[in-house]
Write a protein that binds this ligand. Structure first.
Ligand code: SAH
Length: 392
């Protein structure tokens, strides 16, 4: 019989796992019996000895075990391959994902694959590995992904902070095929973008804002648009194709803004556009224009719970100044992308900004991530993106 490493939990620390939560934190572990090989399969037992399921061990990480199954039978790597095939197949069959060649294929815990994110940009599949359990299987994963997607190119993006947390090396480079020179062209609902899969943010593009971009396009006709934290111009291109009369993009990263300029020129040549390479908060304090559609999509301001008060003030500040720049009837599309800022809190933050600004603000819609970013109902932490469509 094969020897299995066992993780035995402290008394009462089995509750989360019984509720199918996929994470075991180091503080819940009483002892580990057997070899503590990074990323190996472990069997998890309660203090009373009951088998609770199986997962991957991260010996150096505060997130000590990521569960893959709460079954009693020992799984093997086939379980991972099956889940990858299932995730890819679900995207292919998903009616709400039509008319785009850029899709998230694997959304970590949301697809029962903790530690693995996979995005597809046309013929290029980009994987990001954030747990040592996936890291040690990377070559095998590449073969599974290649077979499941049929894509010509696979590329791995390094995640330095995950590597540090997990005590693993950072890897970045081709998994198979030849990565094209320069950004990869994609076409999303008629919007043409070039995606920098090698040096861009995330895996190159904010696929999680696809539905919000559709919304921006529907609302933009004849409007003066302010795209704050624009990155490569995702929202501005959508607004331009939706009939915006002018766009102003504000972004602190010069390479991102340069790509935004290219993207805008390719989709809407001749549209009056301003590209501002600045801190968005500074810009807002000094700008004197008014706008009819403002997008506020800052980076995650609260990565940890203790950041929430400071982040709330920063969000409120941005919304307050955005309201000051809003023409009567302007739409505001505002987002928070931190798990610790949920829809309820975000609405309160917006309320504070509206109150201080003296503007009457209507909430028209509450927004979240699109269907290729599923959240497992067992794992509320996977729910990180919340947005509000408001009218001032
Ligand atoms: N709206 C974008 C994604 C925005 S992500 C899209 O849909 O593609 C947040 C962006 O804000 C990043 O591009 C980051 O470089 C930029 N950023 C971070 N801090 C900033 C600041 N203080 N001022 C302006 N831009 C900032």
């Amino acid at each position: 019989m094969q020897l299995v490493t066992e993780v035995v939990l402290k008394p009462t620390r089995d509750r989360a796992i019984r509720r199918r939560h996929p994470w075991i934190l180091s503080g819940a572990v009483d002892r580990i019996e057997g070899a503590e090989e990074p990323g190996c399969w472990v069997r998890v037992r309660s203090a009373e000895g009951e088998v609770l399921g199986y997962g991957h061990l991260s010996p150096g990480s505060a997130l000590r075990v990521r569960m893959l199954t709460t079954g009693k039978e020992a799984p093997d790597d086939d379980l991972i391959a099956e889940r990858i095939r299932l995730a890819v197949g679900r995207r292919a069959a998903q009616p709400l994902l039509g008319d785009t060649d850029a899709v998230r294929l694997v959304n970590a815990e949301g697809d029962g694959l903790p530690g693995l994110v996979v995005d597809r940009y046309a013929d290029v599949v980009v994987a990001k590995i954030t747990a040592v359990g996936m890291h040690r299987r990377r070559e095998w994963l590449a073969a599974v992904l290649r077979e499941a997607t049929g894509a010509g190119v696979g590329f791995e993006r390094a995640d330095a902070s995950a590597a540090r947390r997990e005590g693993m090396s950072t890897e970045q480079g081709p998994l198979w095929g030849m990565v094209p020179d320069g950004p990869v062209p994609i076409c999303e609902r008629g919007r043409r973008y070039r995606v920098d899969v090698i040096a861009g943010q995330k895996t190159g593009f904010y696929l999680d804002q696809r539905d919000a971009r559709d919304l921006a396009a529907s609302l933009a006709d004849g409007r003066r648009v302010l795209d704050l934290f624009s990155y490569s111009g995702g929202f501005s291109v959508a607004a331009a194709l939706g009939g915006a009369s002018a766009v102003t993009l504000v972004e602190s990263s010069a390479p991102a803004l340069a790509l935004a300029e290219e993207n805008l020129a390719a989709n809407a040549p001749g549209l009056p556009a301003r590209f501002v390479n600045r801190d968005a908060h500074d810009f807002l304090r000094e700008d004197r224009e008014s706008y009819d559609l403002i997008v506020v999509d800052p980076p995650p301001l609260a990565r940890r719970r203790r950041d929430v008060p400071r982040a709330s003030r920063a969000y409120k500040d941005a919304l307050f100044y955005a309201l000051a720049r809003s023409a009567p009837g302007a739409y505001l599309l505002a987002f928070a992308c931190s798990h610790s800022i949920d829809a309820d809190l975000f609405r309160k933050i917006a309320f504070g900004a509206a109150l201080d600004s003296g503007r009457a603000v209507q909430v028209l819609r509450v927004l979240g991530p699109p269907v290729d970013h599923p959240v497992s109902i067992d794992h509320p932490e996977g729910n990180y993106l919340t947005g509000l469509l408001m009218q001032a």
